[in-house]
Design a binder for this molecule. Structure first.
Ligand code: NAD
Length: 403
């Protein structure tokens, strides 16, 4: 029997809790600390449990029913003895709250999963949980396993698509010896799909925040020479990409690969082969959606999964549009994406002129200071997950070998 604690109250948490609870040999609980979600979820769920409508690979939707043992806002109740797997399924800005709340109850041999964990999840776990984190298994996945939406809060959710595979990495605890392997345990919770592919060092997932390599760069490409005047309609975000911006995205990705290479040269026993170029990532992630796979530029422009997606904008009184820079493409993808990559590159001794340029432009748009003269010494590092923010200033520190 596996006991899983799902942390969060959103789309992913509903699906994860419902699927987990549907297995006879899994007990699921939910911890949601946001507003009155725990009370609302408990009241809405009643005796029935969660109904999850799943569509996978064009198949007819099937409904999975699972009832979590309970939903609570109290971390002590959530962590009553025998939690094996803690799955954190909230947007990155909320991870810290859960890690801090769970810290007193975390025990050697447990597994903490960031799904998605995204860049710097490993740093946050080690820093917040402290010494005992060396005795935990830590897993980080690049994304959520599903495209999903709550249909009725606390009652039902729709899985609009299930990924075939989900890439991640695990740092196994020695105290987990004799227990079910962390990847196998999480696979049991999710069911047959996506197939979990965990390989390489945990840092490899932190070095793969695709949103941070794409979104601020596309905003920069579109608006760097903007004259400040409203535009007639919001430009297409991905499908409207120009070649120069595609080169920039590719260049930022090259800097990430150079960072991984530099780390592996300095620590030959560390496997960062799980870090891939953004072009490879597109080909792997959207095998059936891309019309023209010849270059990164054509790949993004012809990706059907992006059809109709536009630049975030606000409407003016006379029905024109202004770019909205205070959108997650900067407010999240800088602190939980690009600045983390910059921080790791700095420690690895790799110059990153392209990243620096984008960060300098984008930080100004949200009134923050992350880098100054190409160095991560700005006054707002405390809102990022770059390693320096946690006091990890060496290769061993970022690899979890020491501070
Ligand atoms: P969501 O938007 O449904 O998450 C909302 C939940 O987050 C809330 O219900 C609450 O529990 C918590 N939350 C929100 N604001 C909070 C705050 N200020 N403090 C504390 N908690 C707060 O998220 P989701 O759709 O479940 O996605 C989770 C992550 O997966 C996100 O990073 C998202 O970008 C990513 N993702 C989602 C999908 C999808 O289809 N839903 C697909 C791929 C990736």
């Amino acid at each position: 029997m596996i006991t899983v604690l799902v942390c969060g109250g959103g789309n992913g948490a509903h699906v994860c809790a419902g699927l987990a609870a549907s297995h006879d040999d899994v007990t699921a609980r939910v911890l949601t600390m946001f507003e009155d979600e725990a009370e609302r979820w408990t009241a809405a769920m009643g005796q029935e449990g969660l109904h999850i409508a799943v569509r996978h690979s064009g198949s007819e939707p099937s409904t999975v029913i699972g009832k979590p043992a309970y939903v609570t806002k109290d971390p002590a109740e959530a962590m009553k003895p025998n939690v094996d797997l803690i799955v954190i399924t909230v947007p990155s800005f909320a991870h810290e709250q859960y890690l801090k709340a769970l810290k007193p109850y975390v025990r050697a041999g447990m597994t903490i999963v960031g799904c998605p964990g995204r860049a710097g999840f490993d740093f946050a776990v080690r820093s917040i949980i402290g010494e005992i984190s060396a005795e935990l298994s830590i897993m980080n996945f690049e994304s959520l396993p599903w495209a999903c939406r709550i249909s009725e809060f606390g009652q039902s959710a729709d899985v609009l698509g299930v990924k075939d595979t989900l890439a991640g990495a695990v740092q196994k605890s020695k105290s987990a010896d004799g227990k079910l392997d962390p990847t196998a345990a999480f696979q049991k919770v999710l069911g047959d799909y996506p197939k979990l592919l965990t390989r390489g060092h945990l840092l490899g997932v932190t070095l793969s925040p695709t949103n941070g390599c794409i979104h601020p760069e596309i905003l920069y490409g579109q608006w760097k020479d903007w004259d400040g005047k409203p535009v007639a309609k919001p430009p297409l975000f991905y499908n409207g990409l120009d070649e120069e911006t595609a080169h920039l995205i590719s260049g930022v990705s090259d800097e990430v690969l150079a960072t991984a290479k530099a780390i592996m040269e300095q620590r030959p026993n560390v496997d960062l082969s799980n870090v891939e170029h953004i072009f490879q990532w597109y080909l792997r992630t959207y095998p059936d959606d891309i019309g023209d796979k010849s270059t990164l530029y054509t790949t993004i422009r012809t990706n059907k999964a992006y059809t109709g997606l536009i630049h975030p904008c606000t409407k003016t009184d006379d029905e024109q549009y202004l770019p909205n820079f205070r959108y997650r493409y900067i407010t999240e993808d800088l602190p939980y994406g690009l600045t983390v990559l910059k921080g790791i590159a700095e420690i690895a001794g790799v110059p990153t002129p392209k990243m620096d340029h984008v960060i300098e432009w984008a930080q100004e748009k949200i009134g923050k200071s992350f880098i100054v003269n190409g160095k991560l010494t700005g006054s707002d590092l405390n809102i990022t997950r770059c390693p320096q923010r946690y006091g990890f200033n060496t290769l061993d520190g970022i690899l979890g070998m020491s501070k």
